[in-house]
Design a protein around this ligand. Sequence first.
Ligand code: C5P
Length: 300
Amino acid sequence: MSGSVRVIAPAKINWTLEVLHKRPDGYHELRSVLQTIDLRDVITLRDAAEISVELVGPEVGALAGAPPESNLAYRAALALSRRSGGGRGVRITIDKRVPVAAGLGGGSSDAAAVLRGLNRMWGLGESRENLAELAGEVGSDPPFFVFGGTALISGRGEQVEPLPDAVAPPILLATPPQDERGEKTAAMFAALGPDAYTAGDVTLGVREALAAGRAIVDDELQNVFERVTASMQPQTEIAMEALRAQGYVPHLCGAGPSFFVLFSGAGTEEALSERIRELGFEPRATRATTRRSATAVRSL
Ligand code: C5P
C-alpha cells in the first residue's frame, strides 16, 4: 500500500506528574496522567525512496538547521522501516505549531504520529501495542502519543494505560518566548531530591475520578517539577506566583517551562490572557481532546 497520508500530532499537558524513585538504570519511575490538547502539529507523509524530514510553520525556530537524525519523527520512521524489513522511504513534512522544548511533548508526538501514519500508508497492520513498543525505543514520551486522549503512564513513561476521555474545563496555556526554552528534561529530573518522591496516590486519585466520570478539578492535580521551578526556571516561577497571588491556580506542563490554568467563569479568559501576556508569556486557549480525535489518520 502507498499514497500519502495526513496525521495530526497533538501537544499534551499533565494532569498529574509524580516521581516514585530513581531507578538503577538512571531513569525515574513515573506515575502521570497525560492529556492531549487541541494544539497540534500537522504531518504529511508522502512516498519517497529515502526517509527525509522537512520542517515548516511558525514554530520551527530552534529546530532549523538541526541534523535530521536528531529529529524523533525521523528516528521513528527509521525504526518502523527496519522493523518491516528495511529499505522503505518517506518524505515527512511537519507543520510545526506546537512550541518546541516547552514541556508540551511536541517532538514525541511527531514521532508517534509518524508511526500511526506509516502503519496506514505502508499497510503494516501493526497493533497500537506494537507501535507503542517501537515508540518506546525512540524516547520515554512517544508511547503515550500512540494512544492519545487521556492516559496513565508508568515506568519511565513507556507503559501506557488508556483512561476514559477526561471531562475538563477549557485550558489557558502559557508558553515562554523561545529564548527561554531549551532541552532541560534531564536537568529537571536531576534537580529532584528524594524528598520530592511520592507514592503515586495523587495520580491514582485522578484515575478514579476519571473512571467515575467526574470532571478534572484543580485540587486533585499535582506536578512534582513545580518543586524545582524556582531554582531551575525562575521566569516560570515568577509568573506562576504572580497568578497565584491573584487567586488563579497555575499548573506546570511536564518539566516546564510552560504552564496552564483551567478557566471556567465567563469573561475570565480575556483578563487572564492579558495578565499572562504582561508576565512575558504567550497565552493560548485550548481544550482537552478525545482519544479518537487525537489519533485520526487521513488518506490524501
Ligand atoms: O527518554 P528520554 O530520552 O525522553 O529522556 C530524556 C532524559 O530525561 C533521560 O536521559 C533522563 O535523564 C531523563 N528521564 C528520567 N526519567 C524518566 C524519563 C526521562 O530521568 N522517566
